[in-house]
Write a protein that binds this ligand. Structure first.
Ligand code: CTP
Ligand code: ZN
Length: 160
């Protein structure tokens, strides 16, 4: 299918956010991060496993009439590190940015080591991880040196 034919199926949006270049198969995870079930009423397009020059295949999520908070963008980065966030106003892309995996992740993830100081109820220590690999994503706890893989990070972020 040509690009123009595909664009007929998933048309341009007037106002909202397009999350593009999501690794193929991860669009539903991204929706989960957005906290969208579909019952809210805004128009949403989910495109999965379409051709991409950069990624081979990719997913796209388009949501009308929302803009994302910085924390949401950070969570998306941890799920879909290749994603691009496009803000659309009046049919035009007014802002385009790549998500970025930070060097240090604070607060979004908890350590899987039950004995880690960050998991002790009497010690209010905010979990902190250093990113040791971006592709595949791997992080290490700054307190107990436990390494966590991308699958575990995703599991925590989408709450399954
Ligand atoms: N888009 C949309 N509605 C608009 C404008 C753009 O849904 N009114 C979508 C496009 O279909 C595309 C994304 O937003 O998936 C980014 O648009 P654009 O920057 O025009 O596309 P590209 O140049 O292909 O983007 P990139 O360089 O990031 O690959
Ligand atoms: Zn730890």
């Amino acid at each position: 299918m040509s690009k123009s034919e595909r664009e007929l199926i998933v048309r341009k949006i007037e106002n909202g956010t397009v999350i593009d270049h999501i690794p193929a198969g991860y669009a539903l995870h991204v929706l989960k991060i957005l906290g969208i079930s579909g019952k809210e009423g805004m128009r949403i397009a989910i495109v999965m496993n379409v051709e991409s020059k950069k990624l081979g295949k990719k997913d796209i999520v388009k949501v009308e009439n929302i803009e994302l908070s910085e924390e949401t963008v950070n969570r998306i980065a941890l799920i879909a590190p290749t994603a691009t966030i496009n803000i659309i106003r009046n049919y035009k892309v007014v802002m385009k940015r790549k998500v970025r995996i930070p060097e240090v992740i604070e607060g979004l993830i908890t350590c899987i080591n039950p004995r880690c100081i960050t998991n002790q109820p009497r010690e209010p220590v905010t979990p902190r991880f250093r990113v040791i690999s971006k592709n595949p994503l791997k992080i290490v706890c700054e307190y107990c040196e436990t390494i966590m893989e991308h699958s575990e990070i995703i599991r925590q972020l989408i709450g399954e």
